[in-house]
Write a protein that binds this ligand. Structure first.
Ligand code: HEC
Ligand code: HEC
Length: 296
């Protein structure tokens, strides 16, 4: 009897081990594309990389705008320290290949093959084109290298959680690259792409299911804040509900926030998002606004 139980347990563990293994992209999945740092800079801001990868408070003498990493990020699984994204070869991304970078950004797989915690919103970045991801990497490579070794996350059962994430990704990671809808204007399509992919607006503005995937039946309809306190407002019916006059009003709000007296754009991480969006070309902010205005 005991041996049967032991056998079943071993089989269960074996199945868990197989099903939770990371499934990386291979070199054949990458386009022949040379990264364009200027395009990458725009996408870097649209993606909000700096909001999480900023230098930690103990790192002195480093420009606060450089994503040298290790600032604490509170999450439901503990306090994480998003690592150094500068080109330092030992402690940053200097030694990473494009393939390794794309696997982190779109499959949630780290350089040594482990599953990454989805507080890093690869669940959204997976919807970007590979070219755009490679462009972000090209931009990061132009930044000054800062030596800042990774800091251990403050989370329980980290190795087990990481392995278990492989299982979760089988249902929780949708890797469809956003395609244009030919019946819609180019700006609307650009806006939808920026919102769903780089902008990862879903990660906060769409509520989650019991298994922590985005509940797309309530797409951008608001919900509890994923990082803890308070609520995230709905992005649907912004005009119908009288929050904004029209798409141009939404655009001005995203570009200026509190400076022009717009409220509901400052707390709970949205302040950082707004300041990143304000760095985008005018047409891109207009595209995001046009798309949001279409959500009834
Ligand atoms: C909401 C916060 C957040 C945002 C936004 C974010 N990251 Fe991260 N990132 C993290 C966290 C947390 C980790 C650590 C994940 C882990 O340890 O499993 C991480 C890990 C990474 C890693 C893996 C590094 C390593 O050494 O394993 C890369 C690469 C990375 N992020 C790049 C980016 C880029 C590029 C962007 C913007 C396109 C970005 N991140 C945006 C939170 C974020
Ligand atoms: C880190 C979580 C987070 C992310 C990511 C995020 N938001 Fe927000 N957003 C919030 C919170 C929280 C508020 C409410 C802020 C407040 O009350 O000051 C908000 C408010 C807003 C508002 C104002 C809504 C209103 O009723 O006036 C708009 C517009 C908005 N976000 C758009 C976006 C867009 C577009 C994106 C993606 C590019 C995005 N947000 C990504 C958390 C987030």
């Amino acid at each position: 009897m005991l041996s049967v139980l032991a056998l079943l347990a071993a089989l269960g563990l074996g199945a868990f081990w197989l099903l939770s293994a990371p499934v990386p992209l291979t070199a054949a999945d990458l386009p022949a594309h040379t990264g364009d740092p200027a395009r990458g800079e725009v996408l870097y801001h649209a993606s909000g990389c700096h909001s999480c990868h900023l230098p930690g408070p103990e790192l002195t003498g480093v420009d606060a705008l450089i994503p040298a990493g290790n600032a604490p990020l509170k999450t439901p699984v503990g306090t994480l320290y998003p690592p150094n994204l500068t080109p330092d070869p030992d402690t940053g991304l200097g030694n990473w290949t494009d393939l390794e970078f794309v696997n982190a950004m779109q499959r949630g797989i780290g350089k040594s093959g482990h599953n990454l915690i989805p507080a890093f919103p690869y669940t959204s970045y997976a919807h970007m084109t590979r070219e755009d991801v490679i462009d972000i990497r090209a931009y990061l490579a132009t930044l000054p290298a800062v030596k800042n070794p990774p800091r251990m996350h403050d989370m329980a059962l980290e190795p087990i959680v990481r392995r278990g994430l492989g299982l979760w990704k089988r249902v929780g990671l949708d890797t469809t690259i956003t395609q244009d809808d030919p019946t819609q204007p180019a700006a609307w399509n650009r806006g939808r792409y920026l919102v769903n992919g780089p902008g990862h607006c879903n990660e906060c503005h769409t509520p989650r299911t019991l298994i922590m995937t985005s509940d797309l039946s309530k797409y951008l309809a608001g919900g509890p804040h994923p990082e803890g306190d308070g609520k995230v407002p709905s992005l649907r019916g912004l005009i119908e509900r009288g929050r904004y006059k029209d798409a141009n009003d939404i655009k001005l709000a995203l570009q200026n926030g509190e400076l022009l007296g717009y409220d509901k754009l400052s707390s709970g991480g949205m302040g950082k998002v707004q300041s990143n969006i304000s760095k985008l070309p005018d047409a891109d902010v207009g595209a995001i606004a046009e798309y949001l205005a279409s959500l009834k």
